[in-house]
Design a protein around this ligand. Sequence first.
Ligand code: SAH
Length: 251
Amino acid sequence: MIHFVGAGCGAEDLITVRGQRLISEADVIIYAGSLVNPALLDGRKEDAKVYNSAEMTLEEVLSVMYEAEDRGQTVVRLHTGDPCLYGAIREQMDALDAHGIAYDYTPGVSSFCGAAAALNMEYTLPGVSQSVVITRMAGRTPVPERESIRSFAQHKATMVLFLSTGLLEKTQGELIEGGYDPETPAAIVYKATWPDERTFICTVGTLAQCAEENGVKKTALIIVGDTVAQSGYARSELYNPTFATEFRPAK
Ligand code: SAH
């Protein structure tokens, strides 16, 4: 049995109770060493075998899984944040399906949630934006042209950019060409929820400069949109006294 587990985005106590239990029971742990907090491995069985997938190919990861399965062992495949975002889990699942190996999936706290926490930020403020675009700049992994930053920028919704910190000149150019005013507030969150977390507030037009000045080159998320200002919003209807809900009459 293979358990895909979201490790959370940094702090070791942000993994789920289920994820932590699966780690404590695993015979084999394959963890994404580039971004998973190694302290999470402290709770493993004494004789658990640990592999760092940052140094492995897909084929090598799969062969560790196949061998463990042959021995009747339990494997935890520990991915950073939540595996559903840029986690490359589908290719592993397809290979496991082809080999008739069972697996399940335990979610984790994605870094886009960790970044909101770092900023005490609500991404969906009434009257400002009710949508979050999660995307990335094209890098070595291409992004379909219809999903260009420019095209999403027309919506001026809250946007969270993964995997783009090394490409900020280009990113801010596309954001502005697409429709964000250069003065639109923006944030850079470096290592959200890690002990060395840092947050920077700037504008869309100063993203590259802000990252450069503060030496942020990777492990960061870029958040842009008017919601970053966390002001100018309408109060919620749900908690408005004049608004009746299934649980509460209007007053
Ligand atoms: N599955 C992960 C994302 C993996 S892609 C998740 O759900 O968070 C790796 C990218 O995620 C990094 O390049 C960076 O942009 C972002 N990232 C991961 N952990 C982060 C953290 N703690 N703080 C800020 N960004 C992070």
